[in-house]
Design a protein. Sequence first.
Length: 492
Amino acid sequence: MHFTRLTALAVVFTAASTQAVQLNEGPVVAAPCVFGVDETTFSAPGVPIGAKRMQRKRAGFDLPAFPIEPITGAEPDFDELPFLNQVFFADAFSIGQDVINATPPNSGVSFIDVPPMGWGAIAFSVSRATKGEPGSVMFDQYLKPDGTGGDIYSFTLPGSTFASGVAPCYPTDTAQLAQDSPSIGLFDGTSQGEMTYLDLYVPAYMAGSPARDFVPDQPVAFFSVRDEDAHPRDGSPSLVPAGWFDDGSPQSGATILMTRWIMGVGGGFWTTPKVHLNYDELGLQEDDDIDALAVSQAQCLALFSIVNTGGGLAEQLQVVKWGCGSAWAGGGVEVGEYRDQSTMEPVARSMDIEADGEIDGLCTIDPSDQELGSCGPYYGWPTGKSAFKKELAAQVYRDDAATLPTATLVIDGISPAYAGKRLHVYVLVNGFAPIKVYDELIVTTTDPTRTIPFASPFLGGSPGGASLCMDFAAVIVPAPKVGAVISGLRLY
Ligand SMILES: [Ca+2]
Ligand SMILES: [Ca+2]
Ligand SMILES: [Ca+2]
């Protein structure tokens, strides 16, 4: 059998529950991703991260990122993206698979638009200097030695619908810390890391991903370069190839460029970048700077952010719609500030970003619009039965290094007080009654991971059938009794 929509994992403590500290949470907790960092980001003292290469982080907790591997053959080679390994940097990037939950801009405004009975979320990064509103998780991070610039946060969109049991895991009025910078290798103990762009869909192309069949063979990469590279501060010529600005517009860090992977026999290549939307079409000035970008190629919509200079489009989240067949009769380009229609508040403010704060990385999620054949959505449909105080985060993911993959359960947030406690582990298949896969799993604080047999009964005993849909993430809520559970699922 194939997994279809609903598969969730339950972990149930049978002993008296003890408080544990849990930081990482939300719909993209432990999710695989790729991102960029700046030149001043170090993984250990004296060990700079290869800032000129894209970084990849596998699914799971406490996994340092590493430079993305070159890919041979016809598959898109992300290590060869034209803006990597250059003397200049991209500061915004998207592989075009985002879903933008927004109405088309009208009169300079675009509203959150989540489908009925659906949910959407924004994964994002902020600059080192961004404090967040007092009391927010961002503010907490700002005060910590590792800071806030290398963290991945998430924000669940107002209007999202969850099963009642899971709703407390995904508050819609505040940011959540999804992946703390030390846990992804962006803190050397002294200087704070800085993540400069973020994408959750590139991992779908990586070896062994069950989601590979559902992303295009010839993807389009959208990106922006830094203003300081297009306009060097010492007045020297632009570091970016002039030919990339093929529409005749001046070079600008506020222009969105694009390049497409062309498959070839025994190999392939990225096309010479060209202008997708120039700064003028976006209502920006030549010396503005787009520093975060999430693109839906299918919707002809993008969410972007600019460097906050206090003027122009100072609000940190803007939506742009461009000509896209009959779906956009006007055919022109419209830009609007991203707002919550019920409060008219700019969405960035709901995400706890202060007025002069800086979003510098974006990727968006909407599982109901990301149907992936028999696997259901990229991000599954959270489900649950009861609301409990959340203390743990967990994820089950496929080991993509294994020939015949195994499923690994990873739990985060286990305090020493949990040592020796017994876990019951359940899996929900399509929302039916939980199937117990572990009866008495003894918790150890040194190794909070377990490997679940690949062809286990709960997967129908069919490795071939199950392999397509083995990867998912879960947020686990400890429960006082059997059957309480929860989760956001995720393929990669
Ligand atoms: Ca950042
Ligand atoms: Ca830029
Ligand atoms: Ca920004």
